[in-house]
Design a protein around this ligand. Sequence first.
Ligand code: ADP
Ligand code: ZN
Length: 299
Amino acid sequence: MRSIFGGIEAGGTKFVCAVGTGPTDIRAEARIPTTTPDETLARVLDFFRPYASQLKAIGIASFGPIDVHPNSPTYGHITTTPKPGWAFTPVVEIVAGELGVPVGFDTDVNGAALGEHRWGAAQGLETFVYLTVGTGVGGGAMINGRLLHGLLHPEMGHMRIPHDEDRDPFPGICPFHGDCLEGLAAGPAIAARWGHAPADLPPDHPAWDLEAEYLGLALANIICVLSPQRIIVGGGVMQAQHLWPRLHSATQRALNEYIRVPALVEHVETYIVPPRLGQRAGVLGAIALAIEAASPSAL
Ligand code: ADP
Ligand code: ZN
C-alpha cells in the first residue's frame, strides 16, 4: 500500500533525501553530495527505488532559480542557475518518470515554510515568511494560506538595502548586484569581509552588529511589503545565538515604531523566531510538498 512520502532537499552542496510521513516518522535518510546532475540524480533515484511501491508522492524543495508554474514548458526545471551543468535540468520529469509518483516542486525556502506551517513554528498562520541566512540568503512566503510564486518566485536574498560605505567599505560578493542583502550578509560575505568564518568570530566582534543591522533592514522591508504574522529565520549564520537579540532590536530600530502592534513592540522574540524543525527543516519541507502533491489542500 502506498502510505509514505519521499522528500528531496536539493541544495547546491548536497541533496538530502528522506522517506517518512513527518518529524516523528523518518524511516530512512541520505545525504548525497551535489556533483553533476546525472550522477547526483542517479544516486537520488537509487535511494528511493527500494521504496517505490510504498511511495504516495515525492516533494522536491530545490535551490533555484526554478520554474514552478505548471503550465510552463520548463515547469519542474532548475532554470538559469550559474551552477555548472545544472541549468535547465528537468528534475521533476526525471524523478516522476523513474518513480511513477506525483511530484511536488517548489523552492527550498517555500518548502521549509510549508514544513514549518504543517509541523513547526508557523502552525495556524496564514501569512508568514521563512528566511534563510546561510551560504546564500533566500526567502519563502505563505500568503493567505498559499505559497507565494508570482512572476517567478520571491528572491528576497537579492533585495537592495541601504549600505553605508563609510561604515562598511566591503563591496559585497553577489555576482549580480555586489551589495544586495546576500552580497553583504550571507555567511561567505561575513567570512570575506572579516577574514574569518562567521563561527570563529567572537560575540563582541563588530561583525555581529553590522550583520544584525543588515538583516534588521531586510526584515523591516519584508514586514512593510508582506505584513507577515511571523518571520522564521533559519540557516547556519543564525546558529550564532548572540545574533538573535541584536536582530530583534535592529528590526525594531529599522521600523522606528511606525508599525505599533504588540508582536513588534512587546513580543518581538516570538515574532522573529528560529525554525522549530531545526536541522531537518529542509527535508521535512520537501515531505510537506509531497503530502500536498498527493492531496492538494483546499487552501
Ligand atoms: P546552506 O546555506 O549551504 O544550506 P547553512 O544554512 O548551514 O548552509 O549555512 C552555511 C553558512 O553558515 C556558512 O557560511 C557558515 O559559515 C555559516 N555558519 C555555520 N555555523 C555557524 C555558526 N555557528 N555561527 C555563525 N555562522 C555559521
Ligand atoms: Zn544579489
